[in-house]
Write a protein that binds this ligand. Sequence first.
Ligand code: ASP
Length: 297
Amino acid sequence: MEILRAGGSALDAVERGLRLCEDNLEDHYIGTSGLPNARGIVELDASIMIGSTRAFGAVAAVKNYPNPISIARKVLEELPQHSILVGEGAEDFAKYLGFPTADLITPESKALWLKQLESVNSESIEGENTKATSGDERYRLATLELLKRMAPHDGPWGTINIIAVDQSGELVCGVSTSGYPYKHPGRVGDSAIAGAGNYADIRYGAAACTGRGELAIRGGTARSVVENLRAGQDPQTACANALLDARSLLDDFRAELRCLSLTQDGRHGGAAGMEGSTYTLMTEHSTAPEFHPRRAI
Ligand code: ASP
């Protein structure tokens, strides 16, 4: 908000906001201290999209670089022939640009990772296929049984979505995450994929997702929200309808999916698969973040 109020760009504001979250050691779903993959290695995904040009930059499955959002921005700005870099190639690009490396696992995130591995309970999913948590349990069982790998813990997911409009009217959407904990090494989630976890089109609005990334990928959920805006729906309805569409997909590992949306003229809304979910809004007049409820579907 300081950047936007000073007349800076939405691109700078979104990148800076996400970097603060990536560097927050208390958030275990993004950046340093994000929960690791099945091998105990932190792999990060991030993307950024500009509403006026629909230019998109993303990196996925990046190890040892604490600020993937900044690498994603560089992909957008300095590799216009490409949109997404993954793994080693993304790390090479970051090295070439001189980005600093860091050990992304902390004693706390490692302890959390180990603790959740021990908490799988095969009996808890019996007959509970419709509960939001049963998908998570199935994912854990499947990974334990088949791959000796495992999925999300029961706390809130921590992927960060930031959408900003600057004084020139530019609309930018950014997403950063450590992805699903215990994921298969190399797994790329919705956060790095245009149309799935991130989409911005200045004519209609921008949208971003958190939660079960595979559903957002299959449903093209962020793009669906923007299509719904294009059809004249308000942001909250657009989000709710996109989530309803994703929810219609069969998915044994179903877990909550959430989305939020902002238009260039400042209309906003969000939806979630569970009651009680909120998103945060600040405008040029705000003195503190305002929490808005998402529509539960
Ligand atoms: N959407 C992220 C992913 O699938 C995870 C999350 O938001 O919790 O990687």
